[in-house]
Design a protein around this ligand. Structure first.
Ligand SMILES: Nc1ncnc2c1ncn2[C@@H]1O[C@H](COP(=O)(O)OP(=O)(O)OP(=O)(O)O)[C@@H](O)[C@H]1O
Ligand SMILES: [Mg+2]
Length: 346
């Protein structure tokens, strides 16, 4: 049987899978819909299409919250289904785990050992037959996938703004000098937008509508020119469906506080950076990854606030999983992946 190697980034919003030799083979919403509390009904993007629309007997779950596994059973069920069933085949050709399969799993750095271990156990205790499971620190994979040389003695600052989290990490010599995981990201922006629309327009909107407003109108810097986008929701007073026109200024105000928390944390890490590494960062600037860095002018805001240059990615959601790919494709990065059996847990 031919050996298959997979890299998995289980994000709060999306799951991404890389297969050795094939590249990124899956990028879907990290959601599962179950009926009667246990029977799987839909996975990924299909489950997301049911979110906020399902009747009571159908639950749409997000197994990862704040970057860690919140619903172990649901996450394991998803992984097993992706790899084993006809379902998996439909979503991505090639997904199958025989006795020879190896897994590289990206895990956040600034979480507890128990939370890290759960990512290992998820695969180890599943019905998938595996030869080896290794964990990779997310910021290292992220930096590799962003094209940074992580192995040399140069300080690199990487900021991944995802869905539930922002991970700010300082890397040098293939290791993490420091890393901070904030519970702020795209979801927090969406919630703030939901609240602002409710307060200003007496309109209750769903999270998907809030996200749509963000994608249309959000900006890291306050824009002079007014832009608008229409949104549907339920009027708080009449209880009836209603449509309102939302401005980019309302969206900016709603998101400002969360954006400045992210800036404060970046500054905090910069203040704690050893001077020799600071010099490197002054020279190379900050690398921004994660889906939320698609927000217009967010790079400009961070640049203005820190005085550092910003490097942006074309596919910022995929840097972590592409970095896992680089580790499995290039033997010189071998030492960046840890096998738990050989390391601290045993
Ligand atoms: N064009 C866009 N404008 C603003 N936000 C966007 C855009 N495209 C995607 N996003 C946001 O990016 C987030 C998803 O990014 P990503 O896939 O990096 O998150 P994740 O890895 O699942 O989450 P985490 O790393 O926090 O666990 C979502 O919150 C989504 O709303
Ligand atoms: Mg992520």
């Amino acid at each position: 049987m031919s050996e298959k190697i997979y890299g998995i980034d289980m994000g709060t919003n999306a799951i991404k899978i890389y297969q050795k030799g094939a590249g990124v083979i899956l990028h879907q919403k990290n959601m599962i819909a179950v009926v009667n509390k246990k029977d799987p009904l839909a996975l990924g993007d299909e489950a997301h299409s049911m979110y906020e629309k399902a009747p009571k007997n159908i639950q749409v779950k997000k197994p990862i919250i704040n970057g860690v596994i919140a619903d172990f059973t649901a996450m394991q069920m998803m992984i097993q289904m992706y790899f084993k069933s006809a379902y998996g085949k439909k979503l991505a050709e090639g997904l199958s785990a025989g006795g020879n399969s190896e897994f590289l799993i990206a895990v956040p750095t600034d979480v507890t050992e128990v939370e890290k271990r759960a990512f290992y156990d998820l695969i180890a205790s599943s019905t998938l037959k595996t030869k080896k499971i290794r964990l990779v620190e997310k910021p290292i994979a992220d930096a590799l996938g962003a094209g940074l040389d992580v192995m040399d003695a140069t300080g690199r600052l990487i900021v991944n703004i995802g869905a539930d989290t922002t991970e700010i990490s300082l890397i040098s010599l293939g290791g993490i000098v420091q890393s901070r995981l904030l519970k702020i990201g795209g979801t927090r922006f969406d919630e703030a937008i939901q609240q602002a629309v409710k307060k200003k327009h007496n309109l209750v909107i769903g999270m998907k509508s809030a996200e749509r407003l963000k994608m249309q109108l959000a900006s890291g810097i306050k824009e002079e020119e007014e832009k608008t986008f229409d949104v549907m929701g339920r009027n708080l007073i009449t209880g009836l469906p209603n449509r309102v026109t939302v401005t980019n200024h309302l969206i900016y105000e709603a998101m400002a506080e969360s954006m400045s928390s992210i800036i404060d944390s970046i500054k905090f890490i910069l203040e704690k950076t050893p001077p020799e590494l600071s010099m490197d960062i002054m020279h190379d600037g900050i690398c921004m990854t994660g889906g939320s860095t698609k927000i217009k002018n967010l790079d400009l805001l961070i640049q203005q606030e820190t005085g550092l240059s910003i490097m942006k990615m074309d596919e910022p959601e995929l840097t972590v999983v592409k970095g896992l790919g680089m580790i499995m494709e290039n033997p010189q990065y071998e030492r960046l992946a840890n096998s738990l059996q050989e390391s601290t847990f045993h």
